[in-house]
Design a protein around this ligand. Sequence first.
Ligand code: ARG
Length: 466
Amino acid sequence: MNSTKTWSGRFNEPVSELVKKYTGSIEFDKRLAQWDIQGSLAHAQMLQQAGVLSEEDLAAIRRGMAEISEEIEAGRLQWSLDLEDVHMNIEHRLTGKIGDAGKRLHTGRSRNDQVATDIRLWLRDQISVIQSLIQNLQTALLDLAEQHAETVMPGFTHLQVAQPVSFGHHMLAYVEMLLPRLRAHGRLPEARQPYALGRGRVGGYDLPDPARNHGTELLGFEEICQNSLDAVSDRDFAVEFTAAASLVMIHLSRLSEELILWMSPRFGFIDIADRFCTGSSIMPQKKNPDVPELVRGKSGRVIGHLIGLITLMKSQPLAYNKDNQEDKEPLFDTADTLIDTLRIYADMMRGVTVKPENMRNAVMQGFATATDLADYLVKKGMPFRDSHEVVARAVRRADEAGVDLSALPLQVLQEFSSLIADDVYEVLTPEGSLRARNHLGGTAPEQVRFQTARWRKLLDGTQKAV
Ligand code: ARG
């Protein structure tokens, strides 16, 4: 068995079975196969340009790799733990097919280059998928925002009723959180940063620069790595990506928490379509919001991967260390979890039914327009601190009477301030309160429509650009 190891020449005894299992990565890195082939093809072209491979060698490698690629797609390639990882499995198969040309392919590169390149290529493809899924979710949120530009709900702080906002405005907050460029989503492209293979091995290899530049171009990287040690040992892009993914998951965990609260009968603000919920095996009346609960739970899992990856890099001496093999499973799972979550989330948001009456009732129970009354008094010339005091007393009176501020008769309100006149009732209704917040970033229906239109244009632009 030991003889199949490409490095076995130096060793006196075969590696133990336990060690083979412990150190092998084929079980999980075989999923990089197509990207490994892509990297190898670019490397082969580079070698040919540098005069290391002949035209015939290159043609043989291309033919061999095309066959291997098909075998993998068809599930016909036998992966072997004796060959440790995806790189050696593919190279071994290639050499079996085309002989010496296959053996020449590894000139000027190490597996450490290969793996660093493969993950970058793989990640770049995942990021493209994730970006369009984020845009799809944003579109679902925008649809809700548009439909509910006038639907009043309580805005909360400390989970206590604060001021009326519209449900549309609330949805737009999440659209912003997923904003490309500035927020979580914007950090994703950083993980696409330019790196190239071929700075190979610890000291570099003397491939001429034109050939190396050509390889960089072939793989669609923007620029070449400027330091061979950094090229093979850097995993910042993986950490950056996982950090970005964690932020997206955290944002979704917050929305999930809200959906769960809103769906509980205590709130009764929304309903989630049955296909996203499950029942209880014991209590027949139950309808549980399993999907948002699981998203909340899975956010912990992705954050765990971030901590795992960043800890993996801590104190590693340059350059590559076997520790780095541990980067793949958390990275794969991060992308898988995020992709699945985004997919289901957009669908689920399209299955949300809003219950405007219950939302409005909640606004009416929380003295949500108290700040509007204070603002009203300020407009009539009272200093804000004084108006705050006046309104607090009025709220206490309404509370004692068990009614909303808007239900207090004018004479009662005037006991608190003579500045209060008939027009006060316009600001005391939730709808009046919404209308009054007609400024950039405010909750007025006009503003919500403006933001929705702005976002649609923005997403249209990005979708074309992708
Ligand atoms: N399977 C390894 C990894 O995932 C590939 C690189 C191995 N390099 C080495 N010198 N053992 O990191």
